[in-house]
Design a protein around this ligand. Structure first.
Ligand code: FE2
Length: 410
């Protein structure tokens, strides 16, 4: 009982922190842009203000405890996000959304009801709400990243990024011996999303993988050979810049390049290499060990700043040579943090997949052959989501996410 209560208290605390972090994130926007849509394929910002609370309320109070909604229309309005392809973009107007005071009232009401329910709701529903919010802290960050700079107000502790002198280094290849990859997770008492089940052991032949993520500097040679500029770069006159959250930064050549899966695949092919599969990524990061023995590339220590760039400490990536303490047993650096990594694996269920009863579309809506698995984590990924079995997925040409890659030789 005491253990259960301790978990509850920790969960409530984590949820409170995540709510603070979401308030902080919305506060970097000028109020005047809250009814704008920074990405054509996504909702207007105001949707997300309501969505985070609607989701918590729906999972914890309605699905978890069977409570009857007081505002079913607003619950329905704020219930679900969208992911259309580029031919069926949303066409709603700002006037289709409730005014801000009404949204704020809805948010406060939902929070009160969720707080009252925290002690009695099924633990799974609280975990789901918490991790859902944490994931949105990242997807909202990349959405806001895409707003023009004048739409944003840097937090007072923000420091302007400077590019350091860059010494081009060879991206060495690390040898990964043949062995078992251990994907997914068993149905144990640790929380997981539906797509993480069940545990799936696969033999992977020996291969070689780049020690570091591909840098802006390396990718620049591909651009000079005729490839298009990545979405995160911009050219002014004859100078290149990284489009940062609050300013444009003279292109930092030792940062990981953020590109689409399509661009990553083309770059790898240009070098005569390939993107790693999901199973190869697991081998490079975690070796032969079972997940319970090697939960992180660096071992079993809880994720700390020395292990990499994640958990909201920075808005931008950092050098691919930073955080050597986070490297894997095979010497592969930064497999977790500093940018998700694209794989060549289509997002598919593992054997034994069951859609979550209270959120059946979470993964199943995306098993369409159009989405690819990303692994690892970015500067805006919460520590809680860095577990080995966690999977992220996007369309091959979606350019907005904090995602890079590295290449393998088979
Ligand atoms: Fe959502």
């Amino acid at each position: 009982m005491a253990v259960l209560e301790a978990t509850r208290t920790r969960l409530a605390l984590e949820l409170a922190r995540a709510r603070e972090e979401s308030q902080r994130l919305f506060s970097i926007l000028h109020p005047s842009v809250l009814y704008e849509r920074p990405i054509a394929e996504r909702h207007r910002v105001v949707f997300y203000i309501g969505h985070l609370e609607a989701f918590d309320y729906i999972q914890i109070c309605r699905e978890g405890l069977g409570q009857k909604s007081r505002q079913p229309q607003l619950d329905a309005l704020f219930q679900a996000g969208i992911d259309p392809d580029s031919t069926s973009l949303p066409s709603d107007t700002p006037a289709d959304w409730p005014a801000l005071p009404q949204v704020t009232e809805y948010v406060e009401q939902a929070r009160r009801e969720v707080d009252d329910a925290l002690d009695t709701a099924p633990e799974q529903s609280v975990f789901m709400a918490l991790e859902h919010r944490l994931m949105h802290l990242e997807t909202l960050a990349y959405m806001f990243h895409n707003f023009r700079l004048s739409a944003k107000i840097a937090p007072f502790e923000f420091r302007e990024e400077v590019s350091l002198p860059y010494i081009a280094k060879r991206n060495e290849m690390c040898e990964i011996p043949p062995g078992q990859a251990m994907l997914g997770k068993p149905r144990d008492d640790q929380f997981g999303w539906d797509n993480e089940y069940e545990q799936d052991s696969r033999f992977v032949a020996g291969f070689r993988i780049q020690q570091h993520k591909v840098t802006n500097g390396e990718y620049l040679r591909f651009v000079e050979a005729g490839a298009a500029l990545p979405h995160f770069w911009t050219r002014r006159g004859d100078r290149l810049y990284q489009r940062g959250m609050f300013s444009d930064i003279p292109l930092p050549l030792d940062w990981p390049v953020y590109v689409t899966q399509r661009e990553a695949t083309a770059y790898a092919a240009w070098l005569g290499m390939a993107l790693p599969t999901e199973a190869q990524f697991d081998r490079a990061g975690y070796g032969d060990a079972r997940p319970e023995l090697r939960p992180f590339p660096w071992g079993d220590a809880e994720p700390q700043a020395q292990h990499g760039n994640f958990d909201f400490r920075r808005w931008e990536p950092e050098s691919v040579y930073a955080a050597p303490a986070g490297a894997s047993e095979f010497g592969v650096g930064q497999l977790v943090g500093n940018g998700w990594e694209w794989t060549s694996s289509v997002f598919e269920p593992f054997e034994g997949f069951l859609p979550s009863p209270s959120y059946p579309g979470y993964s199943a809506n995306f098993f369409d052959g159009q989405h690819y698995v990303m692994k690892g984590g970015s500067p805006r990924t919460a520590s809680r989501l860095l577990r080995r079995s966690f999977r992220n997925w996007f369309r091959a040409e979606y350019p907005y996410v904090y995602a890079g890659f590295r290449c393998v030789e088979n």
